[in-house]
Design a protein around this ligand. Structure first.
Ligand code: ADP
Ligand code: TYD
Length: 208
């Protein structure tokens, strides 16, 4: 039996399908008798959700955004993610630190190395076992987001999202062992098949 639960993160630009697919994965895992929780960033804790509220609703300096993202993540890791994984329960998170690299470094222009250092100072050392990165074009994203009221990031222009998307693709190249790049423009059914195959392999590793 695997001692720790698996930690899986869901990433991608807004509208890429993270929420849709994380919910399906949770159901799939539960049907296969895996103990699992769903969480998100920024958020996942009382403090993290307060930070989320400020983060998504107020314009601020990009560095301030980065510090808030890290503050929320530190709480999340120490209070929720690590204790849960230790119990052998899987954790699926709607966004984690790749979002900060994509949005604050890629989108806003904060230096990656500074973000690395800040995470090190905060002793953030948790690496996901798997990151599912849903990639879609900016046109598809804008189209999918038409139906909902937009938050601060979702209201950004296409140029911002191009930079975020490019940084995600860059991260997928750098961390190719961890990040699985998925074409988020495929049908939901096609994507579920990809996810199902991946989850079945993980479940086998976990239970063998
Ligand atoms: P995110 O959490 O990444 O912002 P959502 O899962 O909320 O994205 O999806 C945004 C919208 O796009 C929702 O209306 C969802 O039903 C739709 N959607 C998600 N994935 C697909 C897909 N592969 N094909 C068509 N529509 C999709
Ligand atoms: P998200 O959870 O994707 O919202 P929704 O519920 O509308 O799908 O929203 C979080 C937003 O915060 C998203 O636009 C990405 C951004 N974000 C950052 O800019 N940096 C970060 O470190 C994180 C975790 C999120």
């Amino acid at each position: 039996m695997h001692k720790y639960g698996f930690f899986i993160t869901f990433e991608g630009i807004d509208g890429s399908g993270k929420s849709t697919h994380i919910d399906w994965c949770i159901k799939f895992l539960k049907v296969h008798n895996i103990n699992v929780i769903k969480t998100r960033e920024p958020g996942g804790t009382i403090v993290g959700n307060q930070i989320r509220d400020i983060f998504l609703n107020y314009n601020m300096n990009a560095f301030t955004e980065s510090l808030l993202s890290i503050a929320a993540r530190k709480e999340h890791i120490e209070k929720v993610i690590k204790p849960t994984l230790k119990k052998g329960i899987w954790v699926l998170s709607d966004r984690f630190n790749d979002s900060m690299y994509a949005y604050q470094a890629g989108g806003r222009g904060i230096n990656n190395i500074i973000l690395d250092k800040l995470e090190k100072y905060a002793n953030i050392d948790l690496i996901p076992d798997l990151t599912l990165l849903f990639d879609i074009s900016i046109d598809i994203s804008k189209n999918r987001l038409k139906k909902k009221s937009l938050d601060k990031f979702e209201s950004e222009n296409s140029n911002f999202f191009e930079k975020v998307r490019n940084e995600y693709i860059n991260l997928a190249k750098i961390h190719s062992n961890r990040i699985m790049l998925i074409d988020g423009s495929k049908s939901i059914i096609d994507i579920r098949n990809i996810l199902m195959n991946k989850l079945i392999t993980l479940i086998k590793n976990f239970t063998s």
